[in-house]
Design a protein around this ligand. Structure first.
Ligand SMILES: *[C@@H]1O[C@H](CO)[C@@H](O)[C@H](O)[C@H]1NC(C)=O
Ligand SMILES: *[C@@H]1O[C@H](CO)[C@@H](O)[C@H](O)[C@H]1NC(C)=O
Ligand SMILES: *[C@@H]1O[C@H](CO)[C@@H](O)[C@H](O)[C@H]1NC(C)=O
Ligand SMILES: *[C@@H]1O[C@H](CO)[C@@H](O)[C@H](O)[C@H]1NC(C)=O
Ligand SMILES: *[C@@H]1O[C@H](CO)[C@@H](O)[C@H](O)[C@H]1NC(C)=O
Ligand SMILES: *[C@@H]1O[C@H](CO)[C@@H](O)[C@H](O)[C@H]1NC(C)=O
Ligand SMILES: *[C@@H]1O[C@H](CO)[C@@H](O)[C@H](O)[C@H]1NC(C)=O
Length: 439
């Protein structure tokens, strides 16, 4: 019996997952985890200061985590190889293999010029003392290989008359807010949301007739909450119609999923329980522990199947790959924090453990979906942020997502990303990939 996600949440050398915890501790811990991660990821605007933060006395015992050696060269997806310069097509660059280099010209917006920075990601407002974390850009490997800085006018011209859907959790929303801020130098969108729901926003750029929407679906597939709202049942072979029924008309879909899979889960297939992850003894009828990537893999399989079965969909689908959190020196609720102020060099860290396992699982499902999609003319593209963001432990709000005196549950946020910050680079990648697809 493994417990909850600290494995991934406490990144790097400090990985730990509960094994064989006494039940009361397990449940208390799980409840706390729910309050801490679930609430901020789903309803960042609510006041969660009243939840008990100190209620756990027994920290989980250390977890014997496995090291995986990983050959980046061998595993980097070939689909991301694109040309850096249209006039030198023979010069192939993998834009996702590279390093962060200083960029004194950044940032390209501030919390004063952009109103769409969400409170919990408004790091400057909450007194983050350093600002160097905003001043890096991604340099792909290879002479002549560059990732151009996002150009808002170029982007808006490119998406004129089109629409883009972000499908995922609050990190997908974080990404959209970065895009809104980067575009704010040219135009602000108007809110044309159909639902009065923070999780399902729709924005329109009137000058460019461009529509952008978020669909909140932390698991991408049908889910049901049970066990006092803390445990999720995942129907691994069933669509989440809240988004699958809505995205057919979109020209671009950016699909992603992450930290929510690191929680206690019960898996259903064909309506029956097939197993669980971080199984809770009371609530899953002795189901089998299936490991962290089982549900993740199947969820992507089903989400891709939904997209490939949309009759009138003609868009380009981007998989924005798994991005690890960066808690160090403790678990997320045990003083774990992300206090670094510089990116890692690539020789200072590596993909391993659950991050690597999840990443590999989603790549495999992506490749299968891409193959099936190709038969009916659908394009799938990899927005391969995993390694890129692994190198950015310095980009999270940490304790600067709220006032110091505020008594909040997720004291140190090492999951979401400050705005402005390294997540802005995801839009550099996005624009570059969109341009390649036009040629
Ligand atoms: C934070 O809130 C919890 C629960 O309301 C309380 O027990 C704790 O003492 C508070 N901590 C601080 C530093 O105010
Ligand atoms: C990694 O993979 C590349 C390409 O397959 C190969 O040339 C290289 O020798 C491998 N490196 C290691 C350390 O296995
Ligand atoms: C593309 O490559 C050509 C020839 O090397 C060079 O003259 C040109 O400046 C490059 N363009 C860009 C945008 O890098
Ligand atoms: C923006 O950040 C500054 C600190 O750099 C802060 O004083 C200000 O209140 C913030 N403004 C908004 C609108 O968040
Ligand atoms: C705006 O774009 C939509 C497609 O997204 C198109 O159907 C519509 O005709 C466009 N409207 C104008 C005024 O160009
Ligand atoms: C689970 O297994 C235990 C021991 O094997 C058994 O006593 C219990 O009845 C089982 N519970 C369910 C719901 O099947
Ligand atoms: C990583 O590489 C850089 C530059 O190549 C070098 O200066 C540094 O010492 C290396 N760090 C480690 C931990 O190997």
């Amino acid at each position: 019996m493994k417990h909850q996600s600290h494995h991934d949440l406490s990144h790097g050398k400090n990985q730990a997952v509960v094994q064989k915890s006494p039940k009361p501790v397990l449940i208390a811990f799980f409840t706390l985890f729910f309050l801490t991660i679930f609430i901020p990821l789903s309803y960042p605007s609510i006041n969660y200061s009243s939840f008990p933060f100190q209620s756990i006395t027994n920290p989980p015992p250390p977890y014997d985590h496995h090291d995986y050696s990983y050959n980046h060269t061998a595993n980097l997806p070939s689909t991301t190889t694109i040309s850096s310069n249209a006039s030198t097509n023979y010069n192939k660059c993998n834009i996702f293999s590279g390093e962060w280099i200083p960029n004194p010209e950044a940032p390209y917006y501030t919390n004063k010029t952009c109103w769409e920075i969400h409170e919990h990601q408004n790091c400057m407002k909450y007194g983050r003392p350093d600002s160097d974390f905003m001043r890096w850009r991604w340099k792909p490997d290879g002479d002549g290989c560059e990732l151009p800085i996002f150009n808002p006018t170029e982007f808006l011209e490119l998406v004129r008359g089109k629409s883009l859907a972000f499908v995922g959790d609050s990190v997908a929303r974080n990404h959209m807010q970065s895009l809104i801020c980067l575009l704010s130098r040219v135009e602000y969108p108007v809110d044309v949301s159909i639902r009065p729901d923070f999780n399902f926003k729709r924005w329109r750029y009137t000058t460019y007739n461009f529509t952008m929407a978020t669909f909140w679906t932390p698991y991408l597939i049908r889910r049901k909450e049970s066990y006092n709202g803390g445990l999720f049942s995942l129907y691994l072979d069933e669509f989440d119609e809240e988004w699958t029924n809505q995205v057919e008309e979109f020209d671009y879909i950016i699909l992603s999923a992450g930290q929510w899979f690191l929680r206690p889960l019960i898996f259903y297939e064909k309506g029956n329980v097939v197993g669980c992850h971080y199984c809770l003894p009371d609530s899953n009828n002795n189901a089998t522990e299936l490991g962290v990537s089982y549900g993740y893999r199947k969820a992507f399989r089903t989400a891709f199947k939904a997209i490939n079965s949309l009759k009138n969909y003609k868009g380009i689908t981007y998989l924005r790959t798994f991005v690890p959190s960066h808690f160090e020196n403790g678990l997320w609720n045990k003083g774990g924090n992300c206090v670094r102020t510089r990116p890692f060099r690539r020789n200072e860290t590596q993909l391993e453990g659950e991050t690597l396992e999840l990443y590999k699982a989603q790549l495999e499902e992506f490749r299968n979906a891409e193959r099936e999609g190709r038969e009916r003319g659908l394009k799938f593209r990899l927005l391969d942020t995993t390694q890129v963001m692994l190198l950015r432990p310095d980009g999270h709000p940490s304790r600067y997502g709220h006032w110091p005196q505020e008594n909040v549950t997720l004291h140190n946020d090492c999951v979401h990303w400050c705005l402005p910050g390294p997540i802005d680079t995801w839009n550099d990648f996005l624009l570059e990939m969109m341009k390649i697809d036009l040629h």
